[in-house]
Structures are given as C-alpha cells and as structure tokens.
Design a protein around this ligand. Structure first.
Ligand code: SAM
Ligand code: DTB
Ligand code: SF4
Length: 339
C-alpha cells in the first residue's frame, strides 16, 4: 500500500457526550508504518511538540509487591508458576516495605509509583491491603498506579476510593496474535477490566509488548485497538520483549530495532495526548535506539534499577542519558515553574 498524503482519522462521537475521539482505520495506521522513516519521525515530532510543548519525560518507578507463582500462562512472563525460571515466589509485601520503596523513588525524582502483583485477579482482602498501600503512597505526594490483574467493578471502585490514579492493564498485542501468547484469559476479559477501570473514574494505563513474533499487520491491529479505545489510554507502555530463560518466548528472534521505533512513533501520532512510555527492554535497546524512541515521541520511562523481576538501566545512567540528550524530567519542569 502506498502512503496516503493525508493520514487523518475519522471522528467518533461518544453517545450522549460532546467529546469527540478520532477513529483510526487499519489502513491509516498501516500507511503510517509504511512512511519513509524520516517522514514518520517528522510527523511524530510535529505531534509531540504540539501536544507536549514542554517536551518533558515522566519517570515512573515500579515495585513488585507480590512476585511469582502466578497461575496464568502469559508466554513472555517469568512470573508464571508453570514456567521454570529463576523467579522465586514471594508473599505480598508489608505496607512498611512498600512505603520505604516509595520514599526512595520520590527522593530519586520519580513522578509515579506503580505497584505490580503477579495475580490473575486480586481477592477482595488483597484489594484492602493494596488500598492501604495506595493511601500511604499518595500521602508522600506521588501519583499512584497499580497492576493487579483482572478487576471486578467493585474492586475498581475500592481502589479508586483509596486514591488510585492509574490502573495498568495491558492488551499486550493484537486480538488475533493474542492466543499464540496467552490462553488462560481472553482478550475480552482484558477489555472488560479496562471498562471497569474507566467506569470507576480512574485513568487507564494500557499498552503491550512488541517483538513477540507478531507480524507488522498485527502491530498495526494492536495500535488500532489502543488508539480506538474511547477514550484512548492516558498512559501507553510500549514494552520490548525481554526474553527470559524458561519462558516459551525465551528464544524469540530479535525484532529490528527500527520497527520498534516506528511503533513508538505511530503510538505517538495516533494517541497524541497520551504519555507513551518506553517500558521494558531498555537495557537491551541501548542508548542510540532509546534516543530515537524519544525523538519518535516517547515521553515516559520506567525509572529505577529493577522492573518487576528483570533489570532496568540504573537510575544514575538514566539521569545521565536524559542530561546527554538535553531532556528534562517532569519533576524538574514542575520545579522550574514553581521558582
Ligand atoms: N499480573 C498482572 C497482569 O498481567 O495484568 C500485572 C503484572 S504483568 C507482569 C504486567 C505486564 O508486564 C504484562 O501485561 C506485560 O505487558 C509486561 N511484561 C511481563 N513480562 C514481560 C517481558 N518478559 N517482557 C516485556 N514485557 C513484559
Ligand atoms: C508494563 O507494561 N510494563 C511493566 C508494568 N507495565 C507493570 C512491567 C514490565 C515487566 C518486565 C518483566 C519483569 O521485570 O518481570
Ligand atoms: Fe501472571 Fe501477569 Fe505474568 Fe500473566 S503477565 S503470568 S497474569 S504476572
């Protein structure tokens, strides 16, 4: 297909609402992917500068509050009990341990604290314990995010009442590639949880993983699903697969890094107001590809020496990289405004 000169989405109007959201067709998104690389980067930059004139980068710190032993079968995940990985299962952390990690994240300059649990879905008593963690982290002045698996509407409301700002739940990939990776819960289950999060009035953090063996067409369909959520997510984590020994995707062939950069650029153009987060896999991407991702419109990273169970660039190295690229953090921009 040749690139159309004007790749503009149609506009959808939510029933009984005056807010309009664009609808992106698969053809339009495919045409973006097919643009000459420099043209795609230019368009992504144009969008980024229009919607984020400050150009700052958000820093989100992750903490695994309950690690391993998960009953699900996500083919990429070192925390699934059924795969033989080096991850040791632990019980839910105590409130004090979580708050200590949150204080350290705040001191290191983080904006958001994201608590992750290796659950298919939380029990109501787990939600109560996580709610106490959310209240404590909020009191420190950090934005809060949690990723605990599937949620019932009442659980989403309880988390919101505790002050949760964002709930992370990923679609992970396109609907047709999804069964190649996950069989223990459906794509629709994920969409249902996202709806419960929206209905409870929280912001949505939703993205996925690139480089699991999906085709270009499937990457197009994945971005279309995210961009056509009504409204699209406020935070979009784009993870690069971290192949972990013992998981079914351990030996997955490496994706062309430019295809990853293209995916970031297309996410930026199709979800212009979202924080597009350059997520897992940054250690493997290296400095130059990360720089291209920022150029393509990524404006958020996971910040801290550890993701959930795998490594992340050291915080000091990240501060040096941002300084080298002349990128400001969201926190430093806030401080400048207050001066
Ligand atoms: N158990 C909860 C769930 O699945 O919703 C929350 C935690 S789960 C680890 C959150 C996300 O991390 C997954 O949806 C996936 O996108 C990402 N992830 C997990 N393992 C990964 C890996 N090896 N490489 C890249 N991303 C990964
Ligand atoms: C997301 O999309 N990526 C984060 C966060 N949401 C919870 C998790 C990445 C996990 C990478 C593998 C690990 O460290 O276990
Ligand atoms: Fe469990 Fe989440 Fe890992 Fe899937 S991604 S195996 S649900 S921890």
């Amino acid at each position: 297909m040749s690139a159309s000169p004007s790749i503009s989405p149609l506009v959808q109007v939510k029933p009984s609402s005056t807010t309009t959201y664009p609808i992106w067709t698969l053809e339009q998104i495919a045409a973006l992917f097919e643009l000459p690389f420099h043209e795609l980067m230019f368009r992504a930059q144009e969008t980024h500068r229009q919607y984020f004139p400050g150009g700052d980068v958000e820093l989100a710190t992750l903490l695994s509050i309950k690690t391993g032993g998960c009953p699900e079968d996500c083919g990429y995940c070192p925390q699934a009990a059924r795969y033989h990985t080096d991850v040791k299962a632990t019980k839910l952390l105590d409130l004090d341990e979580v708050l200590e990690a949150a204080r350290a994240a705040k001191a290191a300059g983080s904006n958001r604290f994201c608590m992750g649990a290796a659950w298919r879905e939380p029990k109501d008593r787990d939600v109560e314990k996580v709610a106490a963690m959310i209240r404590g982290v909020k009191e420190l002045g950090l934005e809060t995010c949690a990723t605990l698996g599937m949620l019932e509407p009442s659980q989403a409301k309880a988390l919101r009442d505790a002050g949760l700002d964002f709930y992370n739940h990923n679609l992970d990939t396109s609907e047709d590639f999804y069964p190649n990776v996950i069989q223990t819960r459906s794509y629709q289950d994920r969409l249902d949880t996202l709806q419960h999060v929206r209905d409870a009035g929280m912001s949505v953090c939703c993205g996925g993983i690139i480089g699991m063996g999906e085709s270009r067409e499937q990457r197009v369909a994945f971005i279309a699903r995210l961009a056509n959520l009504n409204p699209y997510p406020e935070s979009v984590p784009i993870n690069h697969l971290v192949p972990v020994a013992g998981t079914p995707l351990a030996d997955q062939a490496k994706l062309d890094p430019l295809e990853f950069v293209r995916t970031i650029a297309v996410a930026r153009i199709t979800m212009p107001n979202a924080r597009v987060r350059l997520s897992a896999g940054r250690q493997e991407l290296g400095k130059a590809v990360q720089a291209m991702c920022f150029q393509a419109g990524a404006n958020s990273i996971f910040y801290g020496d550890q993701l959930l169970t795998t490594g992340n660039p050291e915080a000091l190295a990240d501060r040096q990289l941002l300084a080298e690229l002349g990128l400001k953090t969201k926190e430093s921009c806030k401080a400048e405004v207050q001066v």
